[in-house]
Write a protein that binds this ligand. Structure first.
Ligand code: ATP
Ligand code: MG
Length: 651
């Protein structure tokens, strides 16, 4: 953990408050602040009864003996219980009227579509589970999945869950080297892939990348390939099989295996924003409970909803809130293959309009990109079906929040800014949309039963509005259990910096109303003139200028002050980089939050370096701003040319 003992200085002055409207609250699962606070109190007093009662709504083959076994930092939830995630997401819904309800409405980037009802999805999952078994996969084996966003991806993961194989999904944008490392770390036995996938109108080859990766991945015995793009591929006899060939004769009967509640459901590598990705392990019962309840209360899911999360299933958001948490609630989940701006910048809004999406969940990075392209694009479409909006992945700057609220939500949709991590499995801090008034830029308050706090280095609570370390005090059902085959790293990474609690790596403050404001990563905190500043607040001040679409700030050595602030800025619409604008932006930050945060150096850029999940990689900008070579892991960088361009501009 970087940084010293001192707290983080907070400079953001955001006072706007948006109450949920009455009609929304009346129909919501959680209807008022009072009800929310009652739930929190109940959970606080007796967390095990709280979670245990909620867990009874899931289907269990065998009840648990003990809700929680806690040997810090190792937790077991619902000890002795037997459960199956695929059964909960599918079979349960076949008993009643939902059997012919759409489970997945899928749209490919070229515009092709498929709809799978719960019954259809169940049938395909059973068949593929039988295929896996036939190809030698048994309970406990790892299956790597490297696929485009097509229904077969959902089918493959649920099939693994059905038979107790642990899946490791690797985002389809990763290189063969990144794929190889992840396959090897998990020692996967089988890989599921496709010939290719569509992205920005062209084909990205996948099977070819797997072939390359497998040259260095001795654990893999078999590969199953979905035909998606008709890209020519080489099939190696005895190792590679077409999905459609194997599925042709597979039986559609396959019982869901009763699995131990602590059976590993999946391994997933983190985004790699701060360094080398970690192989996070999630298990079965607790994870399913966490994702199911948070999805229901935070997205206020109803049987009539068409829900759409734009994330890729290669990230935790897609695992928890396209598939598991959504299907377990029996809701219709929209799945889209391509990029938000293809063939035009209105693709997202066109899809919302086409399927009459009611609940829409996306990332600040997408919102900022859309702000940059202008509001004419969303205005072309009827967005009146939307009733609730969400964001995840990074702090959302208040002005981006306001744009989302006004231009997309037409001022009538609550926004749930959801703070969580790959490690937490499900959302930890978020408004409950019918109960908690929102403030732009704040994820608001913790989910009932989640005990988060802001503390100093020694673990003592800090006063309101003082920035500190965001921690979680008590175990929660969907928490990561370990880092795959590396319990030591698990301990060091999360449980060592601050005694006795889980440290998130993020800085935050809590205001007087008990609202949490995530200030950015602790590793990115900038030390200037004796103050420690979080990146989010300075960036938000820049973004609040009408010419700015996106900003990233980092510290860089300064001969006089020790550290200066360098800001990398992307401009909105038709604004042009100019010396005058630099001056105006510096003055704007001074006016908004004070001279202490005034950038010493502003650089305009077309793009910022991001991870493949769209998060800004400030550690790379730090190297550029201080004129250093880039050090550390860059395997998760989305576009290497961005770095090269920034360096050229530097010369
Ligand atoms: P790595 O841990 O490998 O560096 P990562 O932290 O980017 O990667 P994720 O688990 O995908 O991997 O991201 C979780 C992080 O994203 C959080 O710790 C936080 O920094 C940020 N984040 C997610 N949602 C929010 C939010 N609503 N507000 C603020 N920050 C958020
Ligand atoms: Mg992280």
């Amino acid at each position: 953990m970087a940084g010293g003992e001192k707290e983080i200085t907070s400079v953001l002055k955001e006072r706007r408050l948006f109450k949920p409207n009455k009609e929304f609250s009346q129909q919501a699962h959680i209807k008022s602040l009072r009800e929310y606070e009652r739930l929190c109190k109940k959970a606080e007093k007796d967390p095990e009864t709280f979670w245990g009662t909620l867990a009874k709504e899931l289907h269990w083959f065998k009840p648990w003996k003990k809700v929680l076994q806690w040997k810090p930092p190792f937790a077991k939830w619902f000890v002795g219980g037997k459960i199956n995630v695929a059964y909960n997401c599918l079979d349960r819904h076949l008993e009643g009227w939902r059997k012919n309800k759409a489970a997945i409405i899928w749209e490919g980037e070229p515009g092709d579509t498929r709809t799978l009802t719960y019954q259809d999805l169940h049938r395909e999952v059973c068949k593929f589970a039988n295929v896996l078994k036939q190809e030698g996969v048994v309970k406990g084996d790892r299956v790597a999945i490297y696929m485009p966003m097509i229904p077969e991806l959902a089918i493959a993961m649920l099939a693994c869950a059905r038979i107790g194989a642990t899946h490791s999904i690797i985002f389809g944008g990763f290189s063969s080297a990144a794929l190889r490392d992840r396959i090897n770390d998990a020692e996967a036995k089988l890989v599921v892939t496709a010939d290719g996938g569509y992205r920005k109108g062209s084909v990205i080859t996948l099977k070819e990348k797997v072939d390359e990766a497998l040259k260095g991945s001795p654990s893999v015995e078999k590969m199953v390939v979905v035909r998606r793009t008709n890209t020519p591929v080489k099939m190696r006899r005895g190792r590679d099989f077409w999905w459609h060939d194997l599925m042709k004769d597979a039986s559609d009967h396959c019982k869901a295996v009763p699995l131990d509640s602590e059976h590993p459901l999946f391994i997933l590598y983190t985004s790699g924003t701060t360094g080398k990705p970690k192989g996070v392990v999630h298990t079965t019962g607790g994870y399913l409970l966490g994702t199911t309840v948070t999805a229901r209360w935070i997205f206020d899911l109803k049987d009539t909803d068409t829900y759409w999360c734009t994330a890729d299933i290669g990230w935790v958001t897609g695992h928890s809130y396209i598939i598991y948490g959504i299907l377990s609630n029996g809701v219709t989940s929209v799945m889209y293959e391509g990029v938000p701006t293809y063939p035009q910048p209105d693709r997202l809004w066109q899809i919302v309009d086409k399927y009459k999406v009611n609940v829409f969940y996306t990332a600040p990075t997408a919102i900022r990109a859309l702000v940059k392209l202008g509001k004419a694009w969303p205005e072309r479409h009827d967005l009146s079906s939307l009733r609730l909006l969400g964001t995840v992945g990074e702090p959302i700057n208040p002005e981006a929040w306001m744009w989302y609220h006004t231009i997309i939500g037409k001022k009538k949709c609550p926004i749930v800014d959801t703070w969580w991590q790959t490690e937490t499995g499900s959302i930890m801090i978020s408004p409950l949309p019918g109960a908690i008034p929102t403030k732009p830029g704040s994820a608001t308050r913790p989910f009932p039963g989640i005990s988060v706090d802001v503390v100093d280095r020694k673990g003592a609570g800090v006063k309101p509005n003082i920035g500190g370390y965001l921690i979680i005090k008590r175990p929660w059902p969907s928490m990561l259990r370990t880092i795959w085959r590396d319990p030591k790293r698990f301990k060091n990474q999360y449980w060592s910096d601050i005694p006795g609690v889980y440290f998130t790596g993020d800085g935050a403050r809590r205001d007087r109303d008990g609202y949490f404001w995530v200030m950015g990563r602790v590793d990115d905190v900038i030390n200037v003139a004796g103050h420690r500043l979080g990146t989010m607040e300075v960036e938000s001040a820049l973004v609040s200028h009408p010419a700015v679409a996106e900003a990233a700030v980092v510290g860089r050595p300064d001969p006089i002050k020790g550290t200066g602030i360098a800001a990398f800025v992307t401009l909105e619409g038709k604004n042009k980089p100019a010396e005058k604008l630099k001056k105006a932006l510096k003055a704007h930050v001074t006016k908004e939050i004070g001279a202490i945060a005034r950038p010493d150096d502003i650089r305009f850029t077309e793009n910022l370096p991001k991870t493949r999940s769209g998060k800004i990689m400030r550690r790379l900008l730090r190297d550029i701003a201080s004129g250093n070579e880039t050090v550390g892991d860059t395997s998760t960088l989305e576009d290497y040319t961005v770095l090269a361009t920034l360096r050229q501009e530097d010369e």
